[in-house]
Design a protein around this ligand. Structure first.
Ligand code: ATP
Ligand code: MG
Length: 196
């Protein structure tokens, strides 16, 4: 190993160690997963597994839940630390009843608000809520206000395409998942264990 390489790595380690020492704050954060690529909701489910591993309580709220049950619904819904609320609706283009969708969105949001005021719930997942704001089914200002008044140590994971600027600004960690390729475009239907 060359000495310059060793020195470079040493400096890098020192820098990383100092950054790790500086990051000494513990607080609830908002993680936003947006973009057109696959991996947003399943990433949220991954964080749920992490939280459950530490015996934390999780509120799982799914807006725009499709008719098809997912593997995680089957696996997680009966878990004693999961508190869930699902919007009883398919996609808008299936139901084609805007008023009904709006009413159901509101009902589901009221359930979400309960979780967002309960300090015993450590992580709240708001799956596909971005669409509720973009379709004007829910009021962005009310959502942002509820998020900023949630218990201090509560984490929130938000998923959905085309997140509004308000949601991005309110979030601490934001990832945009890019759609580089998707198997569906090669006529491969949604696969159990991967897509649902
Ligand atoms: P996942 O739940 O797999 O993490 P996601 O939450 O990122 O996906 P959504 O927009 O919520 O993506 O769509 C959910 C479903 O649509 C999943 O079955 C997913 O595989 C599929 N999907 C996601 N992105 C694409 C895409 N770019 N093209 C086709 N199908 C997609
Ligand atoms: Mg999703």
């Amino acid at each position: 190993m060359s000495t310059t390489y060793k020195k470079r790595m040493q400096r890098k380690k020192e820098y990383i160690d100092s950054r790790i020492d500086e990051a000494n704050i513990d607080t609830g954060i908002i993680v936003l997963l947006t973009g057109n690529g696959k991996g947003k909701s399943s990433s949220a489910m991954g964080m749920i597994c992490r939280a459950l591993g530490y015996d934390m309580k999780v509120g799982l709220v799914r807006f725009l839940k499709g008719e098809q049950q997912t593997g995680e619904d089957l696996f997680l819904d009966n878990h004693s630390n999961i508190f869930s609320a699902h919007m009883e609706s398919g996609f808008t283009w299936n139901t084609q009843d805007q008023e009904l969708d709006k009413k159901r969105a509101m009902e589901t949001w009221l359930e979400a608000k309960k979780f967002l005021s309960d300090s015993k719930i450590s992580v709240v997942v708001l799956d596909e809520i971005t669409y509720m704001i973009n379709y004007n089914y829910l009021d962005e200002a009310e959502i942002l206000n509820t998020l900023s008044n949630r218990p201090e140590n509560q984490h929130v994971v938000i998923t959905g395409r085309a997140a509004s600027k308000g949601l991005i600004d309110a979030s601490d960690t934001v990832s945009e998942v890019e759609d580089v390729k998707h198997a569906f475009r090669a006529n491969i239907r949604a696969q159990k264990g991967i897509d649902l």
